[in-house]
Design a protein. Structure first.
Length: 68
């Protein structure tokens, strides 16, 4: 999983562009993390999913709820 910390503050047009790019990059990273999680859980057997308290129908919910 990825974590990004943007602590630099700037004003004006550059700040808005940077903020927009940061938001787009964050959304792309979140989408990729959910995709990787969904693929990893999908490879588990029903028994393995049961061991961690999930059923196959929970995979999309778990992957979608991974907002940081």
């Amino acid at each position: 999983m990825a974590a990004i910390d943007y602590t630099r503050v700037s004003n004006g047009r550059t700040g808005r562009i940077g903020s927009t790019l940061a938001n787009a990059f964050g959304a792309l990273t979140a989408w990729n993390d959910a995709r990787v999680t969904r693929n990893a859980l999908s490879k588990l057997s029903d028994r393995e999913l049961e061991d961690i308290g999930l059923i196959r129908g929970d995979i999309d919910d778990v992957a979608s709820s991974m907002h940081y």
